[in-house]
Design a protein around this ligand. Structure first.
Ligand SMILES: Cc1cc2nc3c(=O)[nH]c(=O)nc-3n(C[C@H](O)[C@H](O)[C@H](O)COP(=O)(O)OP(=O)(O)OC[C@H]3O[C@@H](n4cnc5c(N)ncnc54)[C@H](O)[C@@H]3O)c2cc1C
Length: 547
């Protein structure tokens, strides 16, 4: 039976047969998953406080401004729009009510090494099928089947695999899953790279089907072909852009959290999660002045990276995932990022542009293989949001966000402003800028840069306590996906829960919103697999603290 949801008077079960009043929740980390978890818990009547170590909210989805340019520091693709909408609907609002969403058409551009002309992927499924056919006769029909399968697999994932704690695996033995078992087995065991090569032979098209593995922190050679469902998102569903940038998504999630009564404190790093008699009792944290405080809590939700939570906030005896556990896990890739404010237009780019090297085996091998090193040449992603949104750059200039995926290796170093980063980070950024200059037809790009900031793996570790400087969190290989991924509840400490990219369901903004909902299910012992009905009921007679 599903235990009662918490309200002003209700109780939350901890150990079987024992219930304690669980009114106060501390959430560690004010990234999207911490904010979303806080909002949902407050909706249920908990008194929630979010403690964020940095001076801004959003975590990896942060914002940085200089000289009239405003950069999203991390994510830039708004995919799975119905997941965002569902989250807001749980709280009685909608994505459209909270943000202005613009459909990008074309959705994105791809340059492939060895080809001068780019391919522009469109906002419409049939248009993309026709595009594939025009490049590779015969590929259109195969793509139609591929996209049908992607849509079907995606719908099944939403129904069965994303919104679940995996606490009751028998729930997965639903008729729709059982019917697909032979196909699912194939999709789990075959890598995406092989699966995609059956649909298309042209290398450029194959790369279009393979690159989404990077969204999952892995490579198309390691991602199970189950993840071909990602092609439904970018080739059929289309790519949206929230006006003002991804920072507006964070602002919207913060807004609904505050509306539900969440208290939010920035510059408040948590140093320790307190445990007594096997039950969480609160946290020790600093405030903006550096003073140390103890904040009691009945539940603690850590939405910081799990590696950090387990190894740095808990004593050895309270760790579910000790040091030895992580030695067998893959932290996922890191990256060098560059935020560039550039004079004039950059004509060869679209809002999203991907530049792929020819030899992906070598490229991905360098990032994810046994002998990890910086790939050279590297594949590159560039976002130019100023093409869609004039609020992110002064008139007559361009805002560029550049991402070069790399191994999670702290020795690559950290970035800096105006070339002040470590030499290797600046060198990687320079190489990427030169590639963009050539592809975009702007040979003097370097001279036109008036704002430049770089980020390296060490920055991810320093800024977010990321394991090995991982950009995204544990890679979605088969061994680190679904019920193999780290659970969202401590196995050692009652009342301690986890949310965010390093637990289920995983990496990416929509996944992190789902992790907040899965957290709620975990607290209630709700083993259902489908999204919760909307809106979540508000508690009767609960007192809320405005944040
Ligand atoms: C460069 C880049 C590009 C990306 N691109 C996309 C994209 O296009 N689309 C997409 O959907 N996703 C993308 N992602 C992934 C997405 O941004 C993340 O999966 C998501 O933002 C993670 O959210 P989170 O809340 O789990 O973690 P985080 O955002 O890392 O938040 C964790 C928070 O916890 C705080 N914290 C850590 N330790 C403590 C402590 N001890 N005390 C208090 N606070 C603490 C951190 O400061 C941080 O604010 C990208 C990520 C990066 C880095």
């Amino acid at each position: 039976m599903t235990p009662p949801r918490a309200s002003g008077q209700k109780a939350v079960p901890t150990t079987p047969g024992r219930t304690v009043p669980a009114r106060r929740v501390v959430v560690v980390g004010g990234g999207i998953s911490g904010l979303a978890s806080a909002a949902l818990l407050a909706r249920e009547g908990y008194a929630v406080t979010v403690l964020e170590q940095r001076d801004q909210l959003g975590g990896r989805a942060g914002s940085w401004e200089r000289d009239g340019f405003r950069f999203d520091t991390g994510p830039s693709w708004y995919l799975m729009p119905e997941v965002f909408d569902h989250f807001f609907q749980l709280l009685g609002t909608s994505a459209d009510a909270e943000m202005e969403l613009i459909k990008l058409d074309p959705g994105y551009r791809v340059y492939s090494e060895g080809h001068d002309e780019p391919i522009d992927l469109l906002a419409d499924r049939e248009a993309n099928i026709a595009l594939f056919e025009s490049i590779e006769p015969g590929a259109g029909d195969r793509m139609r089947k591929y996209l049908d399968s992607a849509a079907d697999t995606y719908a099944m994932a939403v129904r069965r695999f994303l919104y679940t704690t995996f606490e009751d695996l028998t729930k997965l033995a639903a008729p729709d899953v059982l019917r697909r078992l032979p196909k699912l087995a194939r999709l789990l065991l075959q890598p995406l790279s092989t699966f995609a090569s059956k649909a298309v032979r042209d290398r450029r098209l194959w790369q279009v089907l393979g690159y989404p593995a990077v969204f999952l922190g892995t490579s198309p050679y390691a991602a199970p072909s189950m993840y071909h469902l990602m092609s439904h998102l970018d080739l059929a569903d289309g790519v949206l852009y929230p006006k003002g940038g991804i920072t507006e998504v964070i602002a919207a999630v913060e807004r609904v959290a505050r509306r539900e009564g969440v208290t939010i404190a920035t510059e408040s790093p948590v140093e320790q999660i307190l445990v007594e008699d096997g039950h969480v009792t609160g946290v020790v944290h600093r405030d903006a002045t550096g003073a140390r405080h103890t904040l009691p809590a009945d539940l603690v939700v850590s939405a910081s990276d799990l590696h950090h939570t387990e190894l740095h906030l808990l004593g050895p005896e309270h760790r579910t995932y000790p040091e030895a556990h992580w030695r067998k896990r893959d932290p996922g890739p890191s990256a060098v990022l560059a935020y560039l404010g550039v004079d004039g237009p950059v004509p060869g780019l679209l809002h999203h542009t991907l530049v792929f090297t020819e030899d992906w085996q070598a490229n991905f091998g360098a990032i994810f293989g046994k002998d990890r090193h910086v790939p050279d040449p590297a594949s590159i992603y560039v976002c130019a949001p100023s093409l869609t949104d004039d609020s992110v750059a002064p008139e007559g200039t361009s805002n560029l966000f550049v991402l070069v995926p790399l191994p999670a290796d702290l020795s690559i170093g950290k970035g800096g402003i105006d070339g002040a980063g470590d030499a290797e980070v600046e060198r990687i950024a320079d190489r990427a800028i030169d590639v963009i200059a050539e592809r975009a037809g702007v040979p003097d790009l370097r001279d036109r840069i008036r704002v430049r900031r770089t980020i390296g793996p060490q920055d991810f570790a320093d800024d977010y306590n990321a394991w090995s400087g991982s950009m995204l969190g544990p890679a979605h290989t088969l061994a680190q996906s679904a019920f193999f991924r780290e659970k969202n509840v401590s196995g050692r400490v009652q009342g301690l829960y986890y949310a965010g990219a390093s637990t289920t369901p995983g990496i990416g903004l929509p996944m992190c919103l789902i992790s907040a909902e899965v957290l709620l299910k975990r607290i209630h012992g709700d083993t259902s697999t489908e999204p919760l009905p909307t809106p979540l009921p508000s508690p009767v007679g609960s007192s809320r603290t405005a944040g």
